[in-house]
Design a protein around this ligand. Structure first.
Ligand code: Q46
Ligand code: ZN
Ligand code: ZN
Length: 317
């Protein structure tokens, strides 16, 4: 296979795009495409202050790298979950996120859950009795809360995450299987800002996971290869495997599945009933009286209720 641009030996062959590129041209192509998606979906503008959530994995570190190369003002946020079972997942991902920031002279905010909320994620999950023995529900809730809080408190315009096409297609597949209307409505490359919440964007949502792996490897980014030990056996991994089988037989089907969904959504297939004016909260949400973040729960938001429970349990000891 030869590079379409220069004829040299290709390093990456993307069947679904019928495109093969050498290392040099691949490392140009990925940022160019990202810029195209940023503009197409109107994710953010030059001059906006962007906060990228970095986990130490290939997607988030590559996203940070790409946005910096494209000349955007972007800082990182690392959330220490305190998951050190097995391989020492949190310590290693923390080390790699810091290493990347230091080597590139970038600003990284670090929030350590145990320091801030008295317990690491696995213990918070135990106390809450949520999620049937897996900490993922509490972990997701906590990460969302912290990302929103830091973006708001430090005045960022946009919060960017490294979700790739494989992630988005798997979530879409799950939401479609259960026809979760509200989730389908909110899934997309951009979630506009609402009262108390920054705009959320996913600039890598049209890249296959293997394209991001190739980018990180060719750019020489050191990232954590292992998944979080609690990811094993998760539904999202199961959906990813199913979609990979489909993709092997029919290259491009994952991308088509996602893009056709975005088109259908754009054309109004999913209609929101409680439509809000730009920037306002939909009527079914109200600000949590404690932290100010939007919630549909009566009274305190789920995160603040979790924290009340943790406090009560610690006092009881
Ligand atoms: S939710 Fe679950 Fe992930 Fe949190 S506990 Fe690990 S697998 S990190 S994306
Ligand atoms: Zn080339
Ligand atoms: Zn709250």
């Amino acid at each position: 296979m030869k590079c379409r641009k220069c004829g040299a030996k290709a390093s990456v062959n993307m069947h679904q795009h019928k495109l093969a590129l050498c290392k040099e041209h691949y490392l140009e192509w990925v940022p160019e495409q990202t810029e195209r998606f940023i503009k197409k979906y109107q994710m953010f503008k030059r001059g906006d202050r962007i906060l990228v959530a970095v986990s130490g994995g290939k997607d988030s570190l590559s996203l940070w790298d790409i946005l910096v190369r494209l000349g955007y003002q972007v800082d990182g946020l690392y959330i220490g979950l305190g998951i050190d079972e097995g391989i020492g997942y949190s310590s290693e991902s923390h080390r790699l996120a810091e290493k990347f920031a230091n080597e590139n002279n970038l600003n990284l905010h670090i929030v350590d859950i145990e320091k801030e909320y008295s317990q690491p994620i696995p213990v918070l999950a135990e106390i809450s009795h949520r999620g049937h023995g897996k900490p993922c529900a509490v972990c997701g809730l906590t990460k969302r809360h912290v990302m929103n809080r830091i973006a708001r408190d430090l005045g960022y315009d946009v919060l960017a995450t490294g979700h790739n096409l494989d992630d988005e297609a798997a979530v879409l597949f799950g939401n479609t299987l259960s026809w979760s209307g509200e989730y389908l409505l909110r899934q997309g490359p951009v979630l506009p800002s609402t009262d108390g919440l920054a705009r959320k964007v996913k600039p890598l949502c049209r890249f296959y996971e293997r394209e991001m792996t190739a980018y990180a490897l060719l750019r020489g980014i050191e990232y954590i290869y292992e998944e979080c030990p609690f990811a094993e056996g998760s539904t999202s991994i199961y959906y990813k495997e199913l979609l990979n089988k489909l993709e092997t037989d029919r290259p491009g089907s994952k991308l088509t599945f996602y893009l056709r969904f975005l088109e259908a959504r754009q054309s109004g297939l999913f209609v929101e009933h409680n439509v809000a004016a730009d920037g306002d909260l939909p009527t079914y949400l109200h600000p949590c009286p404690n932290c100010g973040q939007p919630t549909s729960a009566p009274g305190l938001c789920s995160f603040c209720r979790l924290m009340e429970k943790v406090k009560a349990e610690s006092n009881a000891l």
